[in-house]
Design a binder for this molecule. Structure first.
Ligand code: 3PG
Length: 319
């Protein structure tokens, strides 16, 4: 399994400072029920490593990272405890090199060009961005991604349900991390249903599904344009002509030919087609991989589901 790819497919990484090995598996189970079968346990409490160990023992399928790793010894201890990946708050060359030797995926905190270049030199492309909000959040991340193509960040600290969308709509962000879906007070109070509910909200927001447009099939350019103008005349939507279809505002795509679907298609917008595709596939919903359209950078912009509903094909599109 490509651990970092899987983290990016979830897009949300719970980062928890667990203290009690006896309840740690219950916390993990609450996250998993909420759609997030992954977490990073920060090594800030004396029993944090035991918490990680007990989660891996009780829920081996859970993807568990060891965070706040500050030394090579701690990295080795985490590997022995069953950690699937290592997260470090800063860039420590010795720790990162040891993780690479161990074949252990590692996400070091790199927040300056110098640190990023040091990470790239060691073959890494995913970095922690910590403490995110204090360091300028998305604005700083976007600037840092300018010179370095192909790198992505996992920002943590200060991420909440209310600001996660601004991060997750960027291709520079692999996932957001934080404790907002399992706040320490809820973990201490064993409020498992509350944690599950917060995780569900986080998953929902990370996908950001909403109606993008309705596509209406046509059989000629004249027909496609006439359909787009029908909407323009009634609702004032501006017509944008294209080669294969014409848009009336953003709501109707009037096609000049038969697109997938008996009558047309329904486009569901999402913050990330890649994340949405992974989510749908995990639910057993088949997708038509051959319909994927890509940006010049290789990001998937649109993808059809295999099923039709009510005579309409359905595709997911990047919002
Ligand atoms: C971390 O260690 O990455 C952060 O402390 C998590 O930050 P948060 O509690 O603000 O989400």
């Amino acid at each position: 399994m490509d651990i970092l790819k899987t983290i990016a497919e979830y897009g949300v990484l719970p980062v928890l400072g667990l203290k009690h090995p006896e309840t740690a598996p219950m916390t993990a189970a609450a996250l998993r029920r909420g759609g997030l079968p992954l977490l990073e346990v920060t090594m800030r409490a004396p029993q944090a490593m035991d918490c990680l160990r007990s989660i891996k023992y009780d829920c081996p399928e859970m993807l568990v990272g060891a965070g706040t790793i500050l030394s090579e010894e701690q990295a080795c201890e985490a590997a022995d405890a069953g950690a699937d990946f290592i997260v470090t708050p800063g860039f420590n060359r010795k720790v990162v090199s040891r993780c690479i030797e161990l074949g252990m995926p590692v996400v070091p905190g790199c927040v300056t060009p110098t640190e990023i270049e040091a990470g790239i030199e060691l073959g890494l492309s995913t970095f922690k961005f910590f403490p995110s909000e204090a360091l300028g959040g998305m604005e700083t991340i976007s600037q840092l991604c300018g010179p370095y193509k192909g790198i992505r960040f996992i920002p943590t600290s200060g991420i909440k349900l209310t600001n996660m969308e601004s991060y997750l709509s960027s291709g520079c962000v692999a996932a957001v991390g934080g404790s907002f879906m399992a706040p320490a007070a809820m973990v201490e109070a064993c409020c498992w249903d509350g944690i599950t509910a917060l995780c569900r909200q986080a998953v929902e927001r990370s996908l950001g599904f909403s109606l993008a447009h309705i596509g209406i099939n046509g059989s000629s350019r004249e027909e496609g344009l006439a359909t787009a103008r029908w909407f323009a005349e009634r609702f004032g939507f501006p017509v944008r002509e294209g080669d294969r279809s014409n848009f009336a505002g953003t709501v109707v795509e009037a096609c000049n030919e038969k697109f997938p679907g008996t009558f047309g298609h329904i486009a569901i917008g999402t913050l990330s087609v890649t994340r949405a595709a992974a989510y749908l596939m995990a639910k057993g919903i088949p997708l038509c991989d051959e319909t994927a359209t890509l940006s010049p950078e290789g990001e998937i912009l649109a993808l059809y589901l295999r099923e039709e509903i009510g005579g309409f094909a359905v595709h997911i599109v990047k919002r």
